[in-house]
Design a protein around this ligand. Structure first.
Ligand code: SF4
Length: 409
């Protein structure tokens, strides 16, 4: 379904509004209504393309819909939730523990469980480490990537996208090279994690971590990202500290994150430790220079007492030697950043950027310098899925290139 169809459906949309928003009542009811309203604002019913998509509701909104609109007991919401997210069932007629009358009522009211993902465009599985990389197509044709990384210690980490494309323009990144298409809705973000969670559950495993390090800048889509993160925490059971929001350095967003009740982990993609070098590969540095960014990180730490991770894509001959490590160590020290960890990951080369990945020996020396001279913990990270298009945006770039070649032939 293409955008024009969605806009048409959007014009016909039946926006369901809980009774609590329509009725006036006493003080307790008013307080409950306020709570529900706030939940439903987060839920963003307006994002639905037409029919009432129960897959876009978080659990409280689903309960409100079942009890207020359908006048059914609350446990029916739990049953629907289990069918959608534990069993992957989207057809009401297959939800065998729901009474027929209730199922008919759902359908008569235009309820669907369409899900936000129209199709799986491509899936690649690494023969080296089991990493699974997927390109999903949403209903408007936008394509994004999701990755599942299994680790030997039992962790199962989903890396999900927050935007289709990205407007931050980091020169080394395939997603940055394609530009921003649009923000993803909270439901679109959540569904990427929910799919992995459901598949893992089916084989007796569980999703343990979620990182917002796929396509897009999460803090540029703050409201939807945090709504999805709350659902991942509440409905998929992933601990808040095991949900990592990664940013290229939107200082204002870091300030908001410090005040958010959901205590997620913050990761900052730094990659260079001087303004000139950072601005050359990350245009966002012209908006929020290192002084501003690290000031925001320091304030975040003062407010939350949480450890911050810095990501460092090690590029051969650019930022991978001992001098670069010393510049970084001195920068963190100057800004009073104490409880920090640096992940050093050899660059995933992309077609649009000439830099090469750093050698393992250089990465080891870089980490050792940070630790021994500055007391900053640093870990060389293994690149996951290096036999597949595992760098951010690389698989989508291949998918879109194939599609445009098909269209041209
Ligand atoms: S590295 Fe992240 S923020 Fe930068 S262009 Fe790529 S997706 Fe966007």
């Amino acid at each position: 379904m293409r955008l024009a169809s969605l806009m048409l459906l959007g014009g016909l949309a039946r926006a369901w509004v809980p009774a609590s928003r329509r009725l006036s009542a006493g003080p307790n009811a008013a307080a409950a209504a306020r709570r529900r309203r706030s939940r439903l604002r987060r839920q963003s019913l307006a994002e639905l393309p037409g029919l009432i998509d129960l897959g876009a509701f978080d659990r409280p909104a689903l309960e409100a819909y079942v009890t207020e609109e359908l006048k059914a007991p609350k446990f029916r919401a739990k049953q629907i939730h289990e069918w959608i997210y534990d069993k992957g069932v989207h057809d009401f007629d297959a939800m065998s523990n729901l009474p027929k009358k209730f199922r008919d009522d759902l359908k008569a009211r235009g309820a669907t469980v369409g899900g936000t993902i129209a199709k799986l465009r491509v899936e690649q599985v690494s023969q080296r480490d089991g990493t699974i990389k997927r390109a999903y197509e949403f209903r408007d044709g936008s394509v994004v990537e999701s990755v599942l990384m299994p680790y030997e210690d039992g962790r199962r980490t989903a890396c999900i996208s927050s935007q289709a494309g990205c407007g931050m323009g980091c020169t080394f990144c395939a997603t940055g090279q394609m530009g921003l298409t649009r923000h993803l809705t909270a439901a679109e973000i959540f569904e990427q994690a929910a799919r992995f969670s459901r598949e893992l559950s089916a084989r007796g495993e569980r999703l343990s971590n979620v990182v917002f390090m796929g396509m897009g800048e999460p803090l540029a889509n703050y409201k939807n990202v945090m709504a999805a993160a709350r659902r991942i925490n509440d409905e998929l059971g992933v601990g808040a500290r095991h949900i990592t929001i990664s940013t290229v350095g939107l200082a204002r967003g870091i300030g908001k994150l410090a005040e958010d009740p959901l205590q997620v982990t913050l990761a900052v993609s730094l990659h260079q430790a001087t303004d000139a070098a950072r601005s050359a590969i990350m245009p966002v540095n012209d908006r929020y220079d290192l002084e501003t960014l690290l000031g925001a990180v320091r304030d975040y730490q003062a407010a939350t007492r949480r450890r911050v991770t810095f990501e460092w894509a090690a590029i051969a001959g650019e930022n991978d030697d001992v001098d670069a490590a010393r510049t970084l160590g001195a920068l963190l020290k100057k800004h009073g950043i104490r409880d920090a960890h640096v992940n050093v990951i050899p660059l995933n080369p992309t077609k649009g950027y000439g830099g090469k990945r750093a050698k393992n020996g250089a990465v080891d020396r870089f980490c050792k310098t940070l630790e021994t001279e500055f007391g900053v913990s640093a870990t060389p990270r293994v690149r996951r899925g290096i036999d597949i298009d595992a760098g951010c945006g690389q698989l989508t770039t291949s998918v879109l290139e194939d599609a445009s070649e098909d269209a041209a032939s």
